[in-house]
Design a binder for this molecule. Sequence first.
Ligand SMILES: [Zn+2]
Ligand SMILES: [Zn+2]
Length: 133
Amino acid sequence: MSKSFNSAFLRIQRNIEQKSRPPKKYRQRYRIIAERALGKPLALKHPVHHVDRNRRNNANTNLVICEDAAYHWLLHVRQRVLDAGGDPNTQRICGNCHLLKNFKEMNGENECKKCHNERWNANRRKRKARVTN
Ligand SMILES: [Zn+2]
Ligand SMILES: [Zn+2]
């Protein structure tokens, strides 16, 4: 690795770090409110969720401090199931066809088995076409 490449790389890395750590005065209002309710500083790894999904509604009862980003993501996944009239304890919404699916119809986290199979078959057809051409 050349010296100039190295320093450019370090500069990019520093920029990324600065962006991911916003200065205090730019912090969102709801994080400050959550900290006040908590009585201590809130680490950046804890996202703050808005129960009614209105980021301007900063009432204490509307804010949920999440353990981590994965938990926050799960809250939104569950909310989407509720919005669609489903049961978040047994159902998920497929990220591809956007239909309510039971857990056993899901493939992994975000896609139903039907969509997964269709994609797999489409890929196989493409591969075949390439071989015969
Ligand atoms: Zn949220
Ligand atoms: Zn699907």
